[in-house]
Design a protein around this ligand. Sequence first.
Ligand SMILES: [Zn+2]
Length: 440
Amino acid sequence: MKTVLKNGRILDPSQDIDLIGSLVIEHDQVVEYGKKVDERGAVEVYDCTNLWITPGLVDPHVHLREPGEEHRETIVSGTQSAAAGGFTTICCMPNTNPALDTPSLIDFIMDKAASPEAGGVFVAPVGALTVGNDGTRLTDLAALKKAGIVAASDEEHPIQDSAVMTRAMETCLQFDIPIMAHCDDTSLSAGASMNEGAYSAMLGLKGMPRSAEEIMVMRNCLLSLHTGCQLHIMRVSTWGAVEMIRQAKYLGAPVTCEICPHHFSLTEEAIGEFNPLFKTTPPLRTSLDVDMLIEGLRDGTIDCIASDHSPYANYEVQVPFEEAPFGMVGLESVVGVTLTNLTHKGVLSPLETIRKLSSAPAQILRLEAGSLKPGETPVAQVCVIDPEVTWQFDVTKTFSKGKNSPFQGMPLKGKVVLTICGNEIYRDARFDARRLAGVG
Ligand SMILES: [Zn+2]
């Protein structure tokens, strides 16, 4: 079957392409794109006038919750949510129950993700760095790599012992596995529920000092510099962390990092009267942090954007602030929030926006994704975005089982209207009128 996406703005950061033209998909593959393409025999033509045609988006940091926490999310609901968010490749985190610490669990994830009920996106599993995420005994990383992990992570149980982290880096270097690190010195942050400062004092809550994040960012950067192990720092939130990563890159450490939309969009003041939807780790910080994080996005210190999609059941979230879990769902709001707060404010160009949402995370984790180049990906991975449409995010209408979002009801500008991964896996209702019959 031949499909043509017609007259859109084709943005492919992997090739620095930004042009108005059409893209042709045939036999599940991108076969051609440009100002003039061969439309003969097309069965389906989508009018993409004033829309962006981009590589399928890539989310390096998603919690699918399966196995063990299916009341929060499943591989099926999570991948459907990813498709609706424009993602065609996502990395799933190992802090499930049990943790993803054996090859058979990696097989389980891959099988489930490939099942016909699932959302049709590629799921790249991230393995546990330590057995049961206990922070002490390393997993069999060679076996996990053979089973298909693309990285290893300590996720929500950050490795505190520097000797263990050194061994982890030496081992991962040997097997060529990137480490994705949650950076948190838990001796400083334990028992805290928001950013430490005047605001936490006013609310009478224990605060997480910024140094809890920065000490571990610095330690992990230094270990990466000295071992040579590829390190990806997850969810930076303070200006100091960005500055340390800038220094580490300057020194030549193989370090990259990601940021979550809530950390460049919201400050601690959003918590208001103890609203648990705004409880995250690392916590929402200050407007100075947001300004410096945006500078880091602009100058490239921050490589990519990740949702840290963390679904919870309603009954788990609707509790007093101090008892509430950390995190929020994100897959279906990333594009709207990013375009509204970065692209439309002139922080990132459209091409740089898509780089941070697709090509950059694909390159960092060496995924076959993030490019429109024919043959670069196993099947065509394409996302179509309406950058100008204004809409209100409504979490009750999302595919994710989790409904914990601080962006509920927020007016956004920019929305995913079509996702293709081999074939169409998501189409927004407002895009229907643009779907035309074949031109014969
Ligand atoms: Zn996470």
